[in-house]
Design a protein around this ligand. Structure first.
Ligand code: SF4
Length: 349
């Protein structure tokens, strides 16, 4: 059967009733205003719920409304986001906040939200259904897994057309006064029952009686997901350059990966201690640090590191104290291994 003509009406009430009884107590579910839902949805993109919670609480305390967000200095915003990754999300949040302040109010419909920076179909659908009571589906990987299994669909969920077709089928059955519960119920079932990794907890699932994959033993084969392209591997040598009580940082370029964040100087490839000793002037001492790996969506950073003591501070870097680096500069979590080394140095001093 074509996905878009699926009849999903039978899933609605069991799912909503289950959600009301079983939903997790998450901070953005209290007082779901457009601002609070929007910020939570942006933080939750590519990031699991548990690590988001403390960031969300801190963010809301410091930036409780769209005006505070629009006014926040960029360095402070990056510091609030430090460790969450995908920093363009924070920049787009602020750009969108400025537009909302300029317009004088939040958008009232799906198209209005989707026109804002950093907001795609999924996020616009989530905000409008959760905060505005509109029948706008929010179809992500969790929802696609649940719906593919329930309907027994072997269509590749990585294809945009498949996502669109499931959204069309959902739109027809949105319960008018329960749009928020229905959207969140689908997300919640995919997150805590029809699990992304490992066996689904079918015995606890409100859709079990309706589920084709469970009935026909197809759980291992559905959803169908085409393999992603392999990540590009970038090898680098990270340097913690120290001179007196200062360390060197540099700014990343204004566009691209981790744009505008602070980082430790680095050299491409894996450089040996001997090569460093030959290349770096005024070297007083060198210590090898831990190796580390960080996965981005399309790139994998493989890193080795050194701490180097120098007799003079070479130009071209921002020389800061360890305290300043840790508490005032947003350093991406990709470099956490080396930021943690700074924390240890601070305790030693
Ligand atoms: S019955 Fe099992 S496979 Fe089907 S939707 Fe529920 S948890 Fe997923």
């Amino acid at each position: 059967m074509e996905i878009q003509s699926l009849d999903l009406k039978p899933v609605v009430q069991p799912l909503v009733a289950w959600y009301k009884m079983n939903k997790r107590d998450l901070p953005w579910r209290h007082d779901p205003t457009p601002y609070r839902v929007w910020v939570s949805e942006i933080m939750l993109q590519q990031t699991r719920v548990d690590p988001v919670i403390p960031y969300y609480l801190r963010f809301m305390e410091r930036l409780p409304d769209v005006y505070a967000l629009a006014d926040c200095p960029e360095d402070e915003l990056m510091k609030l986001w430090e460790g969450l990754g995908y920093y363009s999300r924070a920049r787009n949040l602020q750009k969108a906040a400025c537009r909302i302040v300029e317009a004088g109010s939040f958008p009232k419909d799906f198209e209005g939200w989707k026109a804002l920076p950093g907001i795609g179909e999924y996020t616009a659908g989530a905000i409008c259904s959760i905060a505005l009571g509109l029948p706008t589906p929010a179809v992500d990987g969790n929802v696609l897994r649940v719906l593919s299994r329930v309907s027994g669909s072997f269509s590749d969920i990585m294809l945009p057309a498949v996502k669109k077709d499931f959204a069309t089928a959902l739109r027809r059955v949105y319960p008018p006064n329960q749009t928020s519960d229905f959207t969140q119920a689908l997300m919640e079932l995919g997150a805590i029952v029809c699990l992304p990794n490992g066996a689904p907890l079918c015995a606890r699932c409100p859709l079990r009686a309706l589920c084709t994959a469970e009935r026909e033993g197809l759980i291992d084969r559905i959803p169908v997901k085409a393999e992603k392209k392999k990540r590009r591997i970038d090898k680098k040598t990270v340097l913690i350059l120290r001179c007196g009580n200062k360390i060197a940082l540099s700014r990343r370029p204004e566009t691209g990966l981790l744009a505008n964040l602070w980082e430790f100087p680095s050299l491409p490839g894996f450089v040996t201690e001997k090569e460093l000793a030959e290349r770096i002037q005024g070297l007083l001492g060198i210590t090898r640090l831990e190796s580390s790996t960080h996965l981005f969506t399309h790139i994998e950073w493989q890193m080795i590191g050194y701490e180097l003591h120098l007799s003079c501070a070479p130009p071209g870097y921002e020389w800061v104290t360890i305290e300043e680096a840790l508490f005032q500069k947003a350093i991406p979590s990709a470099l956490r291994c080396y930021s943690n080394h700074l924390k240890n140095l601070r305790y030693e001093e």
